[in-house]
Write a protein that binds this ligand. Sequence first.
Ligand SMILES: Nc1ncnc2c1ncn2[C@@H]1O[C@H](COP(=O)(O)OP(=O)(O)O)[C@@H](O)[C@H]1O
Ligand SMILES: O=P(O)(O)O[C@H]1O[C@H](CO)[C@@H](O[C@H]2O[C@H](CO)[C@@H](O)[C@H](O)[C@H]2O)[C@H](O)[C@H]1O
Length: 527
Amino acid sequence: MNEITSTNLSSLKAWEDIKNDKALFSKFETEILPSYMNSCRWFAGKARTQQYFKVASALEIPIKDSIALLCIVEVGYDNQEIERYLLPVSFIEASQSNAIAPVGIISLAYINEKRGFVIDALYDERFQQALFYQISHAESVYQQDGKVDFVRGKGLSGEDINAPITSKALTLSSSNSAMVFGEKYFLKLYRKLFKETNPEVEMIEFLTEHSDFAFIPAFAGSITWQQESESEITLGMMQRMVDNQADTWEMTGNQLTDFVTAFVDKTFAIKEDVFSQVELLAQRTAEMHLALYAPEAEPMFATQKFDDTYRQFIHKRLCDLLDRRYNLLIEKYTSITDPVTRKLAWDFMEAKELIDEFADQILTKDLDSLRIRIHGDYHLGQVLATGNDYIIIDFEGEPESSITDRKIMHSPLKDVAGMIRSYHYAISAKMLNSNETADMDAFRVQTAADRWYRLIMQTYLEKYLETFGHPHPLFKNNNETNFLLLIYLLEKAVYELGYEISYRPDWVKIPLKGIVNVIREIEKMKM
Ligand SMILES: Nc1ncnc2c1ncn2[C@@H]1O[C@H](COP(=O)(O)OP(=O)(O)O)[C@@H](O)[C@H]1O
Ligand SMILES: O=P(O)(O)O[C@H]1O[C@H](CO)[C@@H](O[C@H]2O[C@H](CO)[C@@H](O)[C@H](O)[C@H]2O)[C@H](O)[C@H]1O
């Protein structure tokens, strides 16, 4: 349980009228929320200088014999930036609180002379049941400020609409929170909120309602806050629950354990099965892109060309990323002690002119390929393995980008680059960081890792392109495909370099090697 300090909440009002107790809210904002939010895995502002926490709105949702409040918590930072988070709260009497997960307890409270706890309503069964009911009945709950709209999707079976269903909260180690219903439905509550429809809802709804692509969990509903004359804010999304064994990052890691064992015994061996699984993932990736290729669709999904606006956008993004990473590397260079990492960092810095020249080509090169909506943050961790197939999840887009940028159309080769980088990560993490290979000749280890990566990358790419048939509807010719793939591989590896410097300094050599691989390809093209 989060530590309950002497700070607790008290009110003479009934919980259902608690919104009118200004003093209680003021105490909640100044004395409870700062420490509670900073203890939550989903709160992204922990490393920043926070100036205030404020409940900007509290939307009422009826639950059994009471109400829950969807608190929209505004967090202000020292640079004037503001973020908004969703924190649903309810009050539970002490005698009922045993079933509540300790992470869900926000504060001890005396409300209308009843002793209990203000809790994160995610963990309150009454709230879980209320959300499921509202979604199944596609209701709207009117507020002082707009309404909360519940939408029912095709993925929700008619038979579940009025039938009893069990529910529970999941404790995820991720940036959002989830609850499950009867092992059949997975409801994600978005924690960080944006004044726009979440791209994930758009993507899952489009794929479920307008395509036959079956390798996503079907859209079962959404929760949205609609205010007058304001953009809507997505609060949650429900999908079918996937009975999965692991994600493909974990699965690839297990396959690589076999590879490393064989390698230590001086054998280079990749099981045939591994190639079939890579091919199947490539096929599902291509099928997802085919489903998203909808020239006749509404503007949000209709195909676009490589026009000047996009060329300038992607060029600026790449150049900004490069500048930030060069500065970071210059700052950190003397503290890099590992000679391999140092050499790779040096190669990257030395190739600045070559990379800049290559990036500039995006502004002028003839490009007749097309752009569509894509997954946007595609890597092995975003694919669930069901035993004999794959289900693709988490269409929220790259966490570092704004919501508007996450909806920009790209060549689907950006997703392909994401997955190829992920295979490179998987083999590198295993070979370069594992105990079994620690005492082996580094050159031999690197050569075997490179071979594995190339074989897997070719297998993935060939199957991916083959799945579309000829002529390819989205890629004009091999020359363009190779160029765009290199641009996106470079962009992704440069992005990852920043991520690793901040979060996993021991892994910095992995994206650096990815960047150097691209540099070698650019050099070959110039020969
Ligand atoms: N439809 C689903 N069925 C079963 N498990 C799921 C489903 N969607 C997500 N998960 C599980 O929840 C985890 C987090 O989901 P994800 O969409 O990546 O959330 P986040 O946006 O918080 O990163 C996944 O790694 C997976 O284990
Ligand atoms: O899944 P997230 O949206 O949180 O993505 C972030 O974290 C990822 C790490 O979990 C990071 O992915 C990088 O590491 C993965 C292995 O841990 C690897 O499979 C990916 O290819 C690599 O990019 C991702 O970049 C970051 O945005």
